[in-house]
Design a protein around this ligand. Structure first.
Ligand code: S3P
Length: 432
């Protein structure tokens, strides 16, 4: 599937983008393990989260769709999951895959997780190593999916110094830790999103955060609750970008999750001169949310490095497009983690920008982008949803039409992206 984008004039309107992917996965996982009925509203019905729902149904959890984006989960308790009849397919979702690996390591039965072509080459050593230190038995294909978990008597709580800041690794270990003896703790070398810690507390599980160390004790219980999923800041970012770079635009993005452990995109864009005003700030289900008012801005290049990258890890492709539309040079470093996302996002972005006439230098851990005008052209998204959506927005300000190829995976995180984009004045057609 490809997207064909024509230049846009000015954008206007108020949108609520799809629910937060990280929060949606976790609501299904913890709701399934809780005692009692958990209600989840405004969940993301994208393919990644649907894969998580299918996995828990396969493990015997009654999960009922009660309406558009609304679900009721009859939690089975910490020891109530049953062995699924077949391997569980997590599709394109690295988050679901890694979070479930931790959880499945602590079950009393064996299980297998598989994924799509992109997931099958993503590194799992980062969870296999620390989970094995806790006693887990995990077989892999040379550190990649599929993974096969064999039950062990009992996992042992351990401390692990994480070599990379990763919410997926941290969460995988905490979920295993709920099944381990004693205390499981991790220390992070930099910030990563803390949705797992917040939601565990919301379900009544005690989690300690002391500086960069997060710990919990195994053997606890979860109590069901109600969850209102905020709109996904990562999805909102594509429209923030659009509002900033298309002249004479003003758009409002409603009820966006602005959790400080992952809202780096807002500070990076502010540093580039973006006019983004948060209003109606609130806390919903333990997560900070706000409406974001975005107005066209003349952006300038800047340096982006260190924690700034970690706090905006999923938004770097969109930020790179902003940099290509800015005045001056933007240098992004310390972003080597992007090489192992749904695609190698450094090379995907560099190739895409070059195809639109932008001068870019590729670095091992980032890139240097010279801002200027974009021209029309063809871009390959490499099957990566965030690359597809970033370049679809870039097309709005290019001097000719932009074709973005391999866009089917937009449905993994933002199924109604095109519909909402066209509602505010972007012009994105689809061709099979
Ligand atoms: C996620 C964590 C991030 C992010 C991913 C979602 C999560 O990955 O890139 O899209 O929900 O835990 P890492 O923090 O593992 O890099």
């Amino acid at each position: 599937m490809k997207f064909i984008i024509s230049p846009a004039q000015s954008l206007e309107g108020e949108l609520t983008v799809a629910g937060d992917k990280s929060v949606s996965h976790r609501s299904i996982i913890l709701g399934s393990l809780a005692n009692g009925k958990t209600v989840v509203r405004e969940i993301l019905e994208g393919e990644d989260v649907l894969a998580t729902i299918a996995a828990f149904r396969a493990m015997g959890v009654p999960i009922k769709r009660t309406g558009d984006k609304n679900y009721e989960i009859e939690g089975v308790g910490m020891d109530g999951l049953s062995q699924p009849g077949a391997a569980m397919d997590m599709g394109n979702s690295g988050t679901a895959f890694r979070l479930l690996t931790g959880l499945l390591s602590g079950q009393k039965w064996s299980s297998t997780l598989v994924g799509d072509e992109s997931l099958t080459i993503r590194p799992m050593g980062r969870i296999i190593t620390p989970l094995s230190m806790m006693g887990a038995k995990i077989e892999s294909n040379d550190g990649c999916p599929p993974l096969h978990m064999t039950p062990v008597e009992k996992l042992m709580g351990r401390h692990y110094d994480m070599p990379i800041a990763s919410a997926q690794v941290k969460s995988s270990l905490l979920f295993a830790g709920m099944y381990a003896s004693g205390i499981t703790s991790v220390s992070e070398p930099g910030p990563s999103r803390d949705h797992t810690e917040r939601m565990l507390r919301g379900f009544g599980y005690d989690v300690q955060t002391q500086g960069s160390i997060i710990s919990l004790e195994g053997g606890g219980e979860l109590t069901s609750c109600e969850i209102d999923v905020p709109a996904d800041l990562s999805s909102a970012t594509f429209f923030i970008l659009a509002g900033l770079i298309v002249p004479d635009s003003e758009i409002v993005l409603a009820k966006v999750g602005v959790n400080p452990s992952r809202n780096g995109v807002l500070s990076v864009l502010a540093k580039m001169g973006a006019d983004i005003q948060p209003t109606n700030e609130n806390i919903v289900g333990g997560e900070p949310v706000a409406d974001l008012v975005v107005r066209s801005s003349s952006l300038k290049g800047c340096e982006i490095c260190g924690d700034e990258v970690a706090l905006a890890i999923d938004e770097i492709p969109a930020i790179s497009v902003a940099a290509a539309c800015a005045q001056g040079v933007t240098k992004i470093t310390g972003a080597q983690e992007l090489r192992v996302k749904e695609s190698d996002r450094i090379s995907s972005v560099v190739n895409g920008l070059r195809n639109l006439g932008v001068k870019v230098e590729e670095l091992a851990d980032g890139m240097i982008i010279e801002g200027g005008r974009l021209k029309g052209g063809k871009v390959d998204s490499y099957g990566d949803h965030r690359i597809a959506m970033s370049f679809s927005v870039a097309g709005a300000v290019a001097s000719g039409n932009v074709e973005v190829e391999n866009c089917a995976n937009v449905a993994t995180s933002f199924p109604d992206f095109r519909e909402l984009a066209n509602r505010i004045g972007l012009s994105i057609d689809v061709s099979e």
